[in-house]
Ligand binder design. Sequence first.
Ligand code: ASP
Length: 588
Amino acid sequence: MYRTHTCGELRLQHKEQQVTLAGWVQRVRNLGGMTFIDLRDRYGVTQLAITEDSPDTVKETANALGREFVVQAAGAVIERSNKNAKIPTGEIEIAVTGLKVLNAADTPPFTIEGESDGGEELRARFRYLDLRRPPLQNALQLRHRMAQEVRSYLDNQRFLEIETPFLIKSTPEGARDFVVPSRMNPGEFYALPQSPQTFKQLLMVAGYDRYFQIVRCFRDEDLRADRQPEFTQIDCEMAFVEREDILQAFEGLAKHLFRSVLGVEFAEAFPRMSYADALQRYGSDKPDIRFDMRLHDLTGRVKGKNFAVFDTAEYVGAICVQGAAGYTRKQLDELAEWVKRPQIGAKGLVYIRLAEEGAKSSMDKFYTPGELQQIAAVLNARQGDLILILAGGRKKTQEALGSLRIEMANRLGLRKSDTFAPLWVYDFPLLEWDEETQRFYAMHHPFTSPKPEDLPKFYSTDKSEIAQVNANAYDFVLNGTEIGGGSIRIHDAGVQQRMFEVLGFSKEEAEYKFGFIIHAFRYGAPPHGGIAFGFDRWCALFGGQETIRDYIAFPKNNAGRDVMLDAPAKIDDIQLKELQLVTGKSEG
Ligand code: ASP
């Protein structure tokens, strides 16, 4: 037997027991006559003590140990004279009477402790060493717990876990597909699924009325911060349901996860908000409602005072930042630069500081102190508050204010990672018009159903009417992050065909790419709908972290590379030939 206990298990109650532990040497402290070794496994750290009285062989072995050696240690559990309250095993140590090296280790390239001295790139190259660190072990344990709880909850609700293929047909709509050449079908390619969307719908046609899968998805996108080319979804679909059934079912799942994983209870139903309201109130379709700081529309109120910036704007909106009147001129200038960054896109920033000596504003010239006070009243602002105002096109300005709202909340520490504010956002527009390609794109995906009352507009020949159609779609938002999205689907072959027409596909194109699903809808497709959750991100949010990378055992870097494997990589000529991928490189 390699071990009787783990390195996280022993307490004072085990005093005097003979035990054997196995693990990695985290640290060796040689204090003349005494040697202390921190022995680590994924359960914790236990101190091994080697004293003058220990057998000579033990002392010799201990002297030769280096960091990350794998060892087996036997001895009695004794009470420590110098207790360490920081670790659960801190009251005891092992008086070692037997010590065996199971495997030596090269000196690791960085320290393997709670905090490491290794840079990100280095730790990524030695991911298996980084994974020994407690923060990463905790992250993967949390992920495991989440997955188990998802399975047990959905199983109880009679969902079936069904796997769908990874080698499918390329039908890019939205992101790019990763493609895989087929050796047996030269010149032809599979694609890796961006999600199992069409398969789960076909499972509904097939009668499996409650499906789920914790499934890998692949998207060949330009990687924005904290995206992974392969990521995991909790993918779900139900038949014979309306929106309300789906929201109920998955609010149940979310509450179960909050309760079982975090011990957080939500007695009330999650708030719900339409897309239009979310934009108007929070400047975002994924509002962080852990704090208030709502947007206020000042458009009607501020015009006609000869301030051209406001007079010519479609929309003027503001937020009130409580207690921030102390912002200095320099800080405000810096904030003005911040809103002008291309990602935010505002033209400039107007402020009103409700200081002790009265309202001070960058638009003093145009508004009397009384008028400034009136604006402050609209925002319920009080002395000590700072009002920030942006003006411009409606949607863009609302979104810019939304970003400013988040930025201010970050600066003020209002976004606490141990506070959770979930909500549903629904009634998204069905389509987005793209100026560049002069066509509509599905905002969610092409299988999302229009709201039934909008069907007449959906069949209109007038593009501006089609643009107004709302989708029967919904997102699950947690702390300002969209972690789930889904919709009631189209289940009528005619409506589905109309959708492809609106998206600018010819009949032939639609048939080539999506014929299988249009055909399936002709053989008794039940009304159905579903949702998918970003599993990696949900785990990260529950773990109180911003980045999903720690919640994935072997993630890719920002450039989509696995730096441990050094992938992607070239393949050799034989493989290329077999796949008929050799391009006629001209020689000489
Ligand atoms: N397949 C969709 C997605 O990946 C989710 C859904 O509609 O269920 O975003």
